[in-house]
Design a protein around this ligand. Structure first.
Ligand SMILES: *Cc1c(COP(=O)(O)O)cnc(C)c1O
Length: 397
């Protein structure tokens, strides 16, 4: 037990908890009483590790990025979550949660998705396990990310376009929670980030912590010490960041820089910079920082990256920023796009737009030549080609 662990009722400082409607109370309570037992069970560990290795392709490489290191005057390693099956870190979590769902006797899976990456990862593990899968996705996102919709359908999932609100991630999440309320007995809700009611934030952080477990081992091999000077990751809800920092939180020598989406600028009225602009509120079952108006209505976030435009943030991250264990830096659309082209041209790696925000942070801080910097590339850029191409075309004009 340390000060970074969640309390037994789900709090990190003042953030977290489980604010759910009465009908879900039993469901959430049941999960809370069982998740640690399941995670610590030998048969779970064996099956989880086997699938991460043989199906996902873990461990993901820790790649020393030579040319990028020269440019920024330090030693940069990239943690290559983009090389995972389905193209991002999300699969680590969905594999873990479906194994938990099976052990809890559930037969039906629901999930929410924004850009479709979590939906695809959920549909993938449902195909793998032969389970029914229903994915809620805002109608706007269905239109923007149609290839991912087609993938989910090919995998056998039913995709429900959601037409309430702004028709994006927040609305899809509301609809998934509504479904869960109607079917609490047989349905397991696979949440895609370290958000939602306790125990989800802690459960997802533990499942993603394989990222930092591997970084420790890989750094020991490559650098002769098992910790870096800096860790860098992007935060939407905060799951790839939580996984990247999990096993380093207690090591105060490790400085943690997290990038959140500043959109067109923190003060432009078009951003998703929840840690800069959010106020304490409750969203999707958790007390955390929320982008909201003076009368408490949730404000629509904006980011060029569909995976980062969430109006809340995982309660762990709200806490870590409040106690200054992490520094959260806003990175704009343009800084992220520029960083995406830089990585592509210097290292031959096309990153996801979300990950490009983490890369954009490299230019905003000064590093020393001996600094070891580990940056998580959370996903690959296939889904973002249209955005990248139109950015390049606009520059030519
Ligand atoms: C979904 C997604 C994110 C944002 O989610 P987190 O929970 O903050 O990690 C970041 N990168 C990629 C590639 C994603 O697909």
């Amino acid at each position: 037990m340390n000060k970074y662990n969640v309390t037994s009722d789900g709090f990190y400082g003042e953030f977290g908890g489980a604010y759910v409607p009465e009908i879900l109370h039993g469901c959430v309570e049941n999960l809370k009483n069982n998740y640690l037992k399941i995670l610590n069970d030998d048969s779970f560990k064996r099956e989880f590790e086997q699938l991460l290795r043989d199906y996902v392709g873990r461990p993901s490489p820790l790649y020393p990025a030579k040319r990028l290191s020269e440019k920024y005057g330090c030693k940069i390693y990239l943690k290559r979550e983009d090389l995972n099956h389905t193209g991002a870190h999300k699969i680590n979590n969905t594999i873990g949660q479906i194994l938990i769902a099976k052990r809890m006797g559930k037969s039906r899976i629901i999930a929410e998705t924004g850009a479709g990456q979590h939906g695809v990862a959920a549909a993938t593990v449902c195909a793998l396990m032969g389970m029914e899968c229903v994915v809620y996705m805002g109608k706007t996102d269905v239109e923007r990310q149609f290839v991912n919709v087609q993938k989910m359908e090919m995998l056998g999932a039913t995709v429900h376009p959601v037409t309430s609100g702004n028709m994006t991630l927040k609305d899809a999440t509301n609809e998934a929670i509504r479904d869960w309320c109607c079917n609490p007995a047989d349905t397991f809700y696979i949440i895609g980030s370290v958000v939602g009611p306790h125990p989800y934030p802690d459960m997802v952080a533990r499942l993603q912590s394989v990222i930092s477990e591997e970084i420790k081992k890989q750094l020991l091999e490559k650098e002769g010490r098992d910790y870096p000077d800096y860790l860098i990751a992007c935060v939407g809800g905060g799951s790839n960041a939580a996984g990247t920092i999990y096993h380093f939180l207690e090591n105060e020598r490790v400085k943690i820089l997290l990038a959140e989406a500043a959109g067109k600028g923190v003060d432009s009225g078009m951003s998703a910079a929840t840690l800069q602009l959010g106020k304490v509120g409750i969203i999707h079952g958790s007390r955390t920082l929320v982008m909201q108006s003076a009368d408490g209505q949730i404000e629509e976030p904006y980011s060029i990256s569909a995976g980062l435009d969430y109006p809340g943030i995982g309660p762990l991250h709200a806490y870590l920023a409040a106690i200054k264990r992490t520094e959260v830096v806003p990175v704009t659309d343009d800084q992220a796009l520029e960083a995406a082209y830089e990585l592509t041209r210097m290292e031959g790696i096309i990153p996801a737009l979300e990950s490009s925000h983490a890369l954009g942070l490299l230019g905003l801080r000064k590093f020393k030549p001996e600094d070891v910097v580990v940056l998580t590339v959370s996903g690959r850029g296939d889904k973002d080609m249209e955005t990248y191409i139109s950015y390049a075309n606009n520059l030519k004009k």
